[in-house]
Design a protein around this ligand. Structure first.
Ligand code: PLP
Length: 491
């Protein structure tokens, strides 16, 4: 399997890495594009049949080996078996089997219209990012050991990504994590989740500033190429290809669990921010998985809903980016969206470069086909199964409330955005699977507002806020940051 960059030129494609192991530890392609397979592998009906009875780890192995062709099969089998265990994904709801890894249950039914919930949030940090990040931790450790190398992951988080990365990398040989977060700006639960880790390879750095200050520091350090190389700095942000491909697996799992034969179809609704999760759904569909619709659900930050309704992609400025009660979807631009655009414009890297240059210079592009627009590919969007909707705080509260009344389940704020939008798109005879991207306990303040009581906490999380915490506080000062990293990498 060869990989290409969405912004490749004749010259850059000769230099870009193009195998799975070579792009595993990186982010952007050197030419500024995102990596995608040169061709999507196709899945046959016979394969789908054979996969119906596989445990999750076995299914993950079958799918990953189509993308990670340069990792020996036996190694990949061991890595997936070690990752997708009932013990790692132990935080399943009462009545769900943790061995299912991503259990499904019917949420509501109205005649032939059925909504199904697929739980992706039973891992260590109670959000779907664990689905990919846990595998990434094991893949990184494996790849680094093979080359007798090490890696220092440096990132900024406002919540879910940082904790998922830390829980995936804790105790891993050859890896350290330096994670910046805005001091006293995360919820008590999120702070406790990260800061209660005492592993010697995890460094929590609380920056006296806001999330943007943290991100600016990451950018400043990353732009110092010699520092970055000397201290072996890497990232695990949502554009990482291995994260996307690990997410493809649960679309297959959801399909197989919700159907009995391959002539049936399902749809998915995905609470979306950076388009990483639903991008994996698009890839599953391109591989031949019988997906009818892929519904993008956004909150008040509706960059993606606007595109999928109008064909216009218009990134937001900081001042136009709202802080909402589904904060993991509070984005101003969708970093993985370029992967879909590449397919939409016929895999033409020159078009992609021109469109995203326009994003940089003019804040967006327009594929609606209107006079003066940048193209008419919006007409093809429905052919890829895509549609969208948006949800607001009031919708979230109402949805959490009425899901609880109907089914007795407490869903989190992001999942509530998904359910709200799913109800607008569900079709008779096609199960609509809503991806549950976090457990309610993580966003308890809003649960209290909606239901007048606390969300249940999985066992082991009862007293998390009272555990001893390990972190350092730092001013937003790049030199101080570099000194700290250098002192702890010993490089
Ligand atoms: C990250 C996250 C999302 C958004 O996922 P993307 O891949 O960025 O679209 C949605 N919900 C929760 C709870 C998340 O942590």
């Amino acid at each position: 399997m060869q990989y290409v960059s969405t912004r490749a030129t004749a010259e850059s494609s000769a230099r870009n890495p193009n195998h799975f192991s070579d792009i595993l530890l990186g982010g952007l392609a050197p030419d500024g594009g995102l990596f995608l397979p040169a061709e999507y592998p196709r899945v046959t009906g016979a394969e789908l049949d054979a996969w119906r009875t596989l445990p999750y780890a076995g299914l993950a192995y079958e799918i990953l080996r189509k993308f990670a062709t340069d990792i020996p099969d036996a190694d990949l089998k061991a890595l997936t078996a070690k990752t997708y265990t009932a013990d790692v994904y132990r935080n399943a709801r009462a009545g769900d089997n943790p061995a299912d890894i991503t259990p499904l249950r019917e949420l509501e039914r109205d005649g032939d219209k059925v909504l199904v919930l697929q739980s992706l949030s039973n891992g260590p940090t109670l959000a779907f990012k664990d689905m990919a990040m846990q595998l990434l931790g094991n893949l990184f450790e494996y790849a680094l050991a093979k080359n007798d190398d090490e890696l220092n992951i440096f990132g900024a988080t406002s919540g879910d990504t940082g904790s998922a990365a830390e829980y995936a990398m804790r105790g891993k040989r050859g890896i350290r994590v330096f994670m910046l977060s805005p001091h006293k700006k995360m919820s008590a639960f999120q702070t406790a989740q990260m800061f209660s880790l005492h592993d010697p390879n995890i460094f929590n750095i609380a920056v006296e500033g806001v999330f943007d200050d943290c991100q600016d520091m990451v950018k400043a350090v990353s732009n110092d190429l010699s520092f970055k190389a000397r201290h072996k700095i890497g990232t695990v942000n949502s554009i990482n290809w291995a994260r996307v491909v690990a997410q493809v697996v649960y679309y297959f799992r959801g399909y197989l669990a919700a159907t009995t034969s391959n002539d049936q179809k399902v749809s998915f609704t995905v609470p979306s921010g950076n388009f990483g999760n639903i991008c994996a759904g698009h890839i599953a569909r391109m591989m031949g998985l019988p997906i009818d619709q892929l519904i993008v659900a956004t909150n008040e930050n509706d960059v993606l809903d606007e595109f999928f309704r109008t064909g216009r992609y218009r990134v937001r400025k900081s001042a136009e980016t709202f802080h909402t009660t589904s904060p993991s979807m509070d984005i101003s631009k969708a970093s993985n969206f370029e992967r879909f655009v590449y397919d939409l414009v016929g895999r033409d890297p020159e078009r992609v470069r021109a469109l995203f240059r326009k994003v940089d210079t003019e804040g967006g592009f327009d594929l609606s086909g209107a006079p003066g627009s940048d193209g008419d590919e919006f007409a093809k969007v429905a052919g890829y199964g895509f549609a969208s909707g948006k949800s607001t705080h009031a919708d979230r509260i109402a949805t959490i409330r009425n899901v609880f009344e109907k089914s007795g389940l407490t869903i989190d704020t992001h999942t509530a955005d998904g359910v709200k939008v799913a109800r607008e798109h569900v079709r008779a005879g096609v199960p609509m699977i809503v991806l549950e991207t976090a457990l309610a306990a993580k966003f308890n303040e809003t649960i209290v507002e909606a239901l007048g009581r606390n969300a249940d906490r999985p066992s082991g999380f009862e007293d998390i806020e009272s555990l001893p915490q390990k972190y350092v506080v730092m001013k937003p000062n790049v030199d101080e940051m570099k000194t700290f990293i250098a002192a702890h990498t010993g490089l």
